[in-house]
Design a protein around this ligand. Structure first.
Ligand code: FES
Ligand code: FES
Length: 190
C-alpha cells in the first residue's frame, strides 16, 4: 500500500481545494491498494486516467451516455465518468488493464481480437468491461428487457444475440462494429 496519502485531483498547488473539500480514500485498483487524498469533485475516470495512468477506460461523452468509460466496481458495471471517486472507499475497481493474467488475455479480449470486433477501438475497453459484467449478471440470473417470460427466475440466463445486444445497449460504437461485438461476446458466453 502507498505509505502516505497522495494529493490527487488538483491542477497545481495554487488551485488545490481547501482541505474541507478533500477526503482520504483507500481503494483497490486492479488488485493494487491505493490511499489517496481526493477532491470531492473528482470522478473515477479522471482518477484512473490522470492520477493512476490507467488510460484504458476512455472519455467519450463524459455524460454517462456512451459507455466508453465503463469499469467494474465490486464486480458491477459503472460509468466511471459519473462515479465520484470519493464514494469508493473500500471498493475494488477493475479496469480493462486488470483483465489480463500476465501475458494471458481475458477470454473476451481474445474473442474481440478473433472476431475483429472493433475498428478504431475507442469504445473497445468499455465494451469488454461491460461484457464482463454482462456474463456475470446473466450467470447470476439477472433478467434483462430481452429475457423471455419462460426463463426460470433466479437461473442463469442464456445469452443469445438479442440478450447481448440489449445488455450492451449502453455501450455505443460509432464505428458500427456491433455485429462482431455480439459474436465475440457470444463466443465466450457459449
Ligand atoms: S464517457 Fe462515460 S458514459 Fe461516455
Ligand atoms: S470501434 Fe470505433 S467506436 Fe467502436
Amino acid at each position: 500500500m502507498d505509505s502516505s496519502p497522495h494529493d490527487h485531483g488538483d491542477d497545481g498547488a495554487d488551485s488545490a481545494p481547501p482541505a474541507a473539500y478533500r477526503s482520504e480514500v483507500t481503494l483497490s485498483v486492479n488488485g493494487k491498494p491505493h490511499t489517496l487524498l481526493i477532491d470531492h469533485r473528482r470522478v473515477l475516470l479522471d482518477l484512473l486516467r490522470e492520477d493512476l495512468d490507467l488510460t484504458g477506460a476512455k472519455k467519450g461523452c463524459d455524460h454517462g451516455q456512451c459507455g466508453a468509460c465503463t469499469v467494474l466496481v465490486d464486480g458491477r458495471r459503472v460509468n466511471s465518468c459519473l462515479q465520484l471517486a470519493v464514494s469508493l472507499d473500500g471498493c475494488d475497481v477493475l479496469t480493462v488493464e486488470g483483465l489480463t493474467e500476465g501475458d494471458q488475455l481475458h477470454p473476451l479480449q481474445r474473442a474481440f481480437l478473433d472476431r475483429d470486433a472493433f475498428q478504431c477501438g475507442y469504445c473497445t475497453p468499455g465494451q469488454i468491461c461491460s461484457a464482463v459484467g454482462v456474463l456475470a449478471e446473466a450467470a447470476a440470473g439477472h433478467p434483462s428487457h430481452a429475457t423471455g417470460p419462460a426463463t426460470p427466475p433466479g437461473r442463469p440466463v442464456p445469452l443469445d444475440a438479442a440478450e447481448i445486444r440489449e445488455r450492451l445497449s449502453g455501450n455505443l460504437c460509432r464505428c458500427g462494429a456491433y455485429p462482431h461485438i455480439v459474436e465475440a461476446v457470444q463466443d465466450v458466453a457459449l
